[in-house]
Write a protein that binds this ligand. Structure first.
Ligand SMILES: [Mn+2]
Length: 321
């Protein structure tokens, strides 16, 4: 309980709290920030500012309620960083914790990435837990902070998404037990799954373009999304969030590489069945994530990015076999 006392005391001392999640946010990151906001509000009666360097995909709007995320960092005296392995996941331009905006400001670090850089004064980093949301749910429970339906939906969405709808290897007895407790609080699994898995029509047209690029080199699947496909289908980049699962679903594929051509470079999503530690692999290119799911951004063209990543993966596989 000692770390929980420290957590709550730090929150109570703050007058202006910022809760920050990583850029290119996923449901776990967004929901971890939102649930932390309820925690701050419960103990201080103040509404914290939510910060994210990127836009929040519109399909998560139903979870926001009175909260909004800002891309402009206001003045603050405490930062709660959630679902972020390092400060550079929050500020893409920051190299490390010495980012000047954080000089002298206490940081609470709540995360479940093995690669967490252990930053901040209060660290609640639990790599064996399914999601950042599950860590925060456990905090609510241990402190007996009251739950309501909106909050239950937030926790459920984070855990559901981070476990791929309770199918990825991070799905545990604990995460399923929590899911059932959340359903008891009023979460409706069917309608929530429908909302989270809904695709736009233009996004589906984009998918049909992207699927045509699939190549499987031995056990490595590769797929690409170019700006031209985006224009042709009139879709938005965030329509492609789960495309990588189509690669993973191919029976012979053990490592998946999905490359997206963005304005300022190439964003690469990596998935693995365990044959390659994609967290370590991504780290070599300045990215990161988890052992089985990670991401990286590369400055070069899409084909050169693909070749660089593929040769690194093949090297790893050769070492293993
Ligand atoms: Mn997460």
């Amino acid at each position: 309980m000692r770390y929980l006392n420290k957590l709550i005391n730090t929150i109570k001392k703050s007058k202006k709290t910022v809760i920050a999640t990583h850029f290119d946010p996923d449901a776990d990151g967004i929901c971890a920030a939102l649930s932390s906001a309820y925690l701050v509000h419960h103990y201080t009666r103040r509404t914290p500012v939510l910060f994210c360097h990127s836009n929040i995909p519109s399909k998560y709007t139903f979870l926001l309620n009175k909260y909004r995320f800002t891309k402009v960092l206001p003045g603050f005296d405490l930062m709660i960083a959630v679902d972020s392995a390092g400060i550079s996941r929050i500020f893409p331009e920051a190299q490390n914790i010495t980012d000047e905006r954080l000089q002298g400001i206490p940081i609470i670090n709540i995360d479940h990435h093995k690669s967490n850089t252990s930053f901040g004064e209060v660290r609640i980093v639990q790599a064996s837990v399914s999601s950042a949301c599950e860590i925060i749910y456990n905090i609510f429970k241990r402190l007996s902070v009251p739950m309501n339906k909106q909050l239950a939906n937030i926790f459920y969405c984070g855990i559901y998404s981070e476990t791929g709808g309770f199918v990825y290897p991070n799905t545990t007895k604990e995460s399923l037990t929590i899911a059932s407790e959340l359903v008891a609080c009023g979460v409706q699994p069917g309608p929530i799954a429908k909302k989270l898995n809904a695709k736009t029509f233009t996004g589906t047209l984009l998918l049909s373009e992207v699927l045509k690029t699939i190549k499987v080199h031995r056990s490595v699947g590769v797929m690409m999304l170019t700006r031209r496909m985006l224009r042709k289908s009139r879709a938005r980049m965030d329509d492609s969030e789960h495309f990588v699962s189509f690669l993973q679903a191919i029976d012979t594929v053990r490592v998946s590489v999905f490359l997206r051509e963005e304005k300022d470079g190439i964003r690469v999503s990596l998935r693995s069945d365990g044959i390659v530690d994609v967290d370590k692999l991504a780290a070599r290119f300045g990215g990161g994530g988890h052992r089985l799911a990670a991401g990286v951004r590369l400055p070069q063209g899409i084909e050169s990015a693909r070749d660089a990543i593929l040769s690194a993966i093949f090297r790893e596989i050769r070492k293993r076999t």
